[in-house]
Each structure stands twice: as structure tokens, then as C-alpha cells.
Design a protein around this ligand. Sequence first.
Ligand code: FAD
Length: 471
Amino acid sequence: TKSLVWFRRDLRDFDHAALYHALKDSTQVYCAFVFDTEILDKLTDKADRRVEFIWESLQELKAALLAKGGDLIVLHGNARDEIPKLAKSLGVESIYSNRDYEPAAITRDAYVAKAAGEENIAFHQFKDQVIFEQDEVLSLASKPYSVFTPYKNAHLKKLNDFYLSAYPVDRYSNYFAKPEKSFPDISLESMGFQRTNLKTMKLPTGMSGGATLFNDFTDRIQQYKAARDFPAVKGPSYLSVHLRFGTVSVRHLARTAWQMGGTGAEGWLNELIWRDFYFQILHHNPGVADGRSFKPEYEALPFPNNENLFKAWCDGKTGYPLVDAAMRQLNQTGWMHNRLRMVAASFLVKDLLIDWRWGEQYFAEKLIDFDFSANNGGWQWASSTGCDAQPYFRIFNPISQSEKFDAQGKFIRKYVPELKQCNDKEIHAPWLIPPLRQQALNIEIGHEYTLPIVDHGTQRALALALYKSAK
Ligand code: FAD
């Protein structure tokens, strides 16, 4: 029997649920990836690090499949039509893919399943990108959790070798097949995209890139909890983009941390569980994908939404150095440190009084690791509209966050070089530097670096009133 494995956000040839099942059940397995115009056409910036990351990762995946006697067919078109058409032309009986939990993907997959079904081609889907999906972790009353800690406890209780073991793809690697006809090479340029600064950032792509980062991280995993909050320190794993595109296996990562134990590894496993948590929130509350807030009482908070303030935030020109450094890191690299995502999000909503959905959308455009569920969850957490969110009256102070998490201003100096001559105390609130000292430093606050666009104390009071009005 012949089958087709459709790769999407699982760009690897090992520990891969759909690939394993296809190889086990068939004698000839073809592999394909579609650069989906339904997604790509919506990207206005044609220099997109994600597209380049995928493209690079596919080169490695194709080489790996060729080495096993298979191949990777890469297409550019509307996946809804391309996949059933390809399946038919290859004469396969089944299509195998791993489940994607985003509402738009679910709609697309239902369409593909129907179109394939009309040709008597079966469509099989598997859990692969999370440890537990959908209804696998429920409360004792069989209800989905909306608070993280009990969810995590139930998740950890259920975790065992079975759920974390790898799919032994290589056991059946004799069954890879090559298509008879050849397919044209797809380049970034042929799709209308350009190279970005991905290469100069030295972000390693593909399965080898994911493995390199994870090896590096396991050497320092036990320091994770102590180091993870300081943006100038190499604390986290930097694996989010690899988890996003499946160049690593979440089972492998979780198994390693779970078996290691210790506060660092357990702390990190906790973050992988947050990832599962937000996926199941999306599954049980698909309305969040239509802009709904998780807490209905905060659905229509009357944000003033000043466009000039929003632009200053996007450009990293708010006058609050840590917020500006964070936004510039996002704009220049496509990644932002977790502590800073919280600070920048809180600042947008509770200092600039701008609808969290605006920030969510901006992050969605810029983040190389953009994942709908984690991004929406993070934004709703910061804006106090989400499940298990920060209570509305807890408002990050952008100055004390800066003093605490970037005490020496190392991170700020990297992204806000205008302030590099300020000392470690001055750098967090440069508008307080007396004029004579500004002269001595050869910097004029309000000229080389902007004055704060809002006053934190004033805005804090306004935010509290705004949230109270909705209660
Ligand atoms: P590590 O600290 O090494 O964590 C390991 C992995 O755990 C991450 O790669 C990620 O997959 C997962 N993880 C960590 N924290 C969270 C979290 N809070 N929620 C869900 N999963 C988590 N993460 C994304 O992957 N995509 C997003 O689009 C995204 N948007 C966010 C928006 C906001 C406003 C906030 C506050 C957080 C967001 N996060 C998002 C979560 C988190 O900031 C990133 O996962 C993390 O910074 C990625 O870096 P890392 O891989 O080094 O993380």
C-alpha cells in the first residue's frame, strides 16, 4: 500500500507520529510539504524569518529523507487543493499528518479530509506536537482546567514513559519511496520572499540546529530557574522556534528533563506544560481565536487606543529603556525574552491603555516562534483578561522591573546604545538625570533618547479605573 505523509509543523524525520504510522502501515511512503499560499499571502513583509527558517529546515529534512531512500516533495500553492491533488497523482490510499490545533488549520484539514475522501483516500491524524492534547488532561469532574497549577499537577501525575517514548521511525525505514516524476525546486525568491538576517543572527535551523541548541541547554538546565528571568544572561533554551516548527520532538525534550529531575530541569518541564496548557485552552475555547477574551467581563474594556502611542511602542521609542530594548530585540531578531514579553505586554495594555489584541497582532507578525495559543495566552495573562491571568490590579512597574532584571543595564545598552554611557543606576529612568550630568554624559534626554511618552503613575491610576469600570 502507498501513503503520503504531509509535513507541516513537524519538520523532522525522527520520533514523528505520522511518519511512524505511515511507515508501519504501508510499503511505499511519500513525503510532502506545501508552502501554503493561504498563509503566505497574508504576510505583508516579504522578508519573513519564519519562511526562511522553514525553507532552510526543509533542505535538511529533504537530505535526510533522500539518505533513507525517500524524498521530500515541496510545493507552493493552496494546501487545500495541492494535497488531495498530489495524493491522487501518486496513487496513495492514505494521507498521514500530525494534528494542528489552530482553528484555521482545523478547517483546512477538514476540507482536505473531505476532498481526499471523495477520491477514496483516507486522511489520518495523530498527536505529535504536544505531550497531552485536547481532553487528555481533565479534572476529576471531567472538566477542562482553566487554572494552571492543578492542570500541571494532573499533567505530571499522568506523565510516564509511555507518553514520552519516541516513535521508532527507523524501524521501518525500508519503506520510503521516491516519486517517479520530478518536482521543480522552490526557492524563497520564486515564492516572492527574501532572505532576512537569520544567518547573521546565527540561529541554527533544522533538526541539527534544534539538537545543537538542546545539547547546549542541557549543560546549563539546572541553572534555568535562577537564570531564566534575566535578559542579559544566557538562561533559557532558545528552542521556541524549533518547538514551533517541530525540528525537535517535544517528547524527547520533556523526557530528558523529566528523567534528569532537579529544580532546573523541573522548572523547564513546567514551561513545556504551560505550552500544553495553552493548547488545551485553545481547544476548549476556540472563541479566543476570534479575538474573544477568556473572561467575558473584560470582553469590551474601553481602551482609548492612541495610535501614536502604539507606534512608539512598536518602534521601541517609549522612553522607558527596558520596554524599548525589548521591542527593539523583537524587531531586530524576531525573538523576545519571556520576562520582556511580560513587561512589554503589560506596558502596552496598562501604561499605554491599548487593547491587548493590537499587541497580540504585532507579536504575531514579528515573532519567529509565533504560536497562536502561547501568544494569545501570554497576552491575555498580561492584560488580566485570560485564564489564570495576572489580576488586573497587578501592574508591572517598568522601572523596577528594569532595576531588578537588568540591574547593570547590560541588556538595555545592547539595544538602546543611546544610553550606553549612563551608569547602572541612571540607565533605568534616564529622564531623572540632572541637566548638568546629561551634559557631562554628552546626551540630552528628549533629544538623543526620547522622554517618557506617558507617566507610569498617572497611567497606572487610569488603568485601574478602566478595569474597575468593567467589573
Ligand atoms: P524556555 O524558557 O527555554 O522555555 C521552553 C519552552 O517552553 C519554550 O520554547 C516554549 O515552547 C515553552 N514555553 C515557555 N514559556 C511559555 C509560556 N508562558 N507559554 C507557553 N509556552 C511556553 N511562546 C511561544 O512559543 N510563541 C509565542 O507566540 C509566544 N508569545 C508570547 C507572548 C507573550 C505576551 C508572553 C508573555 C509569552 C509568550 N510566549 C510565547 C511564551 C514565552 O515567552 C516563550 O515561549 C519563550 O520566551 C521562548 O523562549 P525559549 O524557547 O528560550 O523558552
